[in-house]
Design a protein around this ligand. Structure first.
Ligand code: ADP
Ligand code: XUL
Length: 512
């Protein structure tokens, strides 16, 4: 059989990434990769880290036109790369979750901006939806998650209340993923359960809209929502204008999903018992579940997974950008950051940081503000270690509900190339940490899903184990192992961190 080529795209908070893979006799290899950053590639939109400036720090929006322009640039770059695309069989993609794009009946934007996952301005709408549906526990059981400010349902409700005329003029509401997939097919792309489960609108079991939630969210919403199809679905073929741009055949387009569910494939979590941590703009920890187990504590939630299973996930907003805030406060680069980390001992002599530079998702911290314990803001190395330790301890503490004690953590996301950060992860979790050859798991997952969906549609299905074997298996060389003494230190410190966190949230712990 001739080799096949598959393209994966990932539209994240800060940029657009692409990875092209070639599959020959069941073996996969990377042919081409490219990244572009929105701020630099599309400066006319004036974003900072992919987000538009706002006077209200709870409001975080971006410009859908910028995402489309970046897609256009990426496909131009690919078309001019000299790579032979004559055997491009399929394309899929992933995108930052929860963000919503509002279109009128001519598919023009009926709202110039799209609220994104960093937005935390819908507390009122979350309360209203929760009350209408019988409480948080009911919502979590039914949709996989209690109401969260950034989830699409509360965001739609806020828009319908504050801008009823523009909402009235809206005939389709897309997620970022389905909006960009629509561009590829020049049509109206459906959703799939992985991304649709981040809306507080989908019934996790039926994988279709939950009519009560749809009714409780906004008037006339049902007709504005796309269909939900299985993740592996072929949703159309690449539009002729893109075929001309890429000099390629009418490739299949497989449904796009959310970046976290795509990362399930890109980190090879195709069996239960494996755990991945993504250190991207958000820090996330997730694992595959055959049956949905909802976190009654509310820190974590359940999304659909592309395999047809479920994924448990806990999300932190103060991820890479918090690490950058600390790095920049002391004029460091990443090497200097690493030197500072290595110069301080595990446990940091008890100095703690709660890095809530922005309102935090986990735990729920509505008002931003960094909290420190026994830590002088002028202490550069102490703060560097404290931000990383604080993040890793929070990842470990707030993922206990998943009940998975993995021996190897699959690490991905931009910061996963930093082995000094991963050493803290290994010590805190008391587990080995493994990296991947392809650092962007969401993007790789998209290319692998394109392969899987294409093979299925062609009547020659491949198993997820085969799809993930070559590129989404963590490297065995250079694994980071936990230090015995360090792990002992963190086992205690994690309890202290949890207690101090509760005190800060109750307002019973004073800032230093
Ligand atoms: P996204 O979630 O938006 O896809 P990425 O996974 O691409 O983001 O991660 C981007 C982040 O990676 C940057 O904001 C940066 O802070 C971080 N990063 C890049 N290189 C390093 C490094 N050497 N050490 C730590 N963090 C890094
Ligand atoms: C997931 C979430 C983030 C975004 C980042 O619930 O809010 O991880 O998907 O792109």
């Amino acid at each position: 059989m001739a080799p096949n080529v598959y393209l994966g795209l990932d539209s994240s908070t800060q940029g657009l990434a692409a990875v092209l893979i070639r599959v020959d006799a069941g073996r996969a290899e990377v042919l081409w990769q490219h990244d572009l950053e929105f701020d630099r590639a599309c400066p006319e939109f004036g974003t900072i880290h992919g987000v538009l400036a706002s006077t209200d720090r709870h409001v975080k929006v971006s410009n859908p036109r910028m995402w489309v322009q970046a897609l256009d640039q990426m496909l131009t770059t690919l078309g001019q790369s000299g790579v032979d695309l004559s055997s491009l069989r399929a394309i899929s993609g992933s995108a930052q979750q929860h963000g919503s794009v509002y279109l009128d009946d001519r598919s023009e934007l009926s709202r110039p901006v799209a609220p994104i996952w960093m937005d935390s301005s819908t507390s009122e709408e979350c309360a209203e939806i929760t009350q209408a549906l019988g409480g948080s526990a009911v919502l979590a059981q039914r949709t996989g998650s209690r109401a969260f400010e950034r989830f699409t349902g509360p965001q739609i409700r806020k828009f319908s209340k504050l801008e009823p005329a523009a909402y009235g003029n809206t005939s389709r509401i897309h997620l970022v993923s389905s909006y960009l997939a629509s561009q590829l097919i020049d049509g109206d792309a459906p959703l799939e359960p992985g991304d649709a489960s981040g809306m507080n609108l989908m019934d996790l079991k039926t994988r279709d809209w939950w009519p009560a939630a749809v009714a409780a969210t906004a008037p006339g919403l049902a007709s504005r929502l796309p269909r939900i199809v299985p993740s592996h679905s072929v949703i159309g073929t690449l539009a002729p204008r893109w075929q001309a741009r890429l000099s390629c055949p009418p490739a299949r387009v497989i449904a796009w999903t959310g970046d976290n569910s795509s990362s399930v494939i890109g980190t090879g979590l195709v069996e239960e018992g494996r755990v991945a941590v993504s250190l991207g703009t958000s820090d996330t920890i997730f694992s595959l579940m055959h049956e949905p187990r909802v976190d009654t504590g509310g820190a974590g939630y359940v999304f659909g997974a592309p395999t047809g299973d479920y994924m448990g996930i806990t999300v932190f907003k103060n991820g890479s950008l918090a690490r950058e805030r600390v790095r920049d406060a002391y004029g460091l680069d990443w090497d200097g950051f690493s030197v500072a980390l290595r110069s301080t001992p595990p446990g940091n002599h008890g100095r703690l940081m709660f890095p809530w530079f922005e309102p935090e998702i986990t735990p729920h911290v509505p008002g931003a503000g960094v909290r420190r314990v026994d830590l002088d803001p002028g202490d550069m190395p102490g703060n560097v270690r404290a931000v990383v330790e604080g993040q890793m301890m929070a990842l470990a503490n707030y993922s206990q509900w998943m009940g998975v004690h993995a021996q190897v953590i699959h690490a991905t996301g931009g910061a996963a190339i930093n082995r000094d950060i991963l050493q803290v992860m290994a010590d805190v979790f008391d587990a080995e940490v493994a990296q991947f050859e392809v650092g962007n798991a969401a993007c790789l997952g998209a290319a692998l899903r394109a392969w899987h969906g294409d093979a299925l549609a062609a009547g020659t299905p491949v198993s997820w184990a085969d799809v993930t074997r070559d590129l989404a298996t963590p490297t065995s060389v250079g694994r980071i192992t936990p230090g015995r003494e360090a792990a002992r230190v963190y086992a205690q410190l994690r309890r202290r961190y949890a207690e101090a966190s509760v005190q800060f949230l109750r307002g019973t712990h004073d800032d230093d």
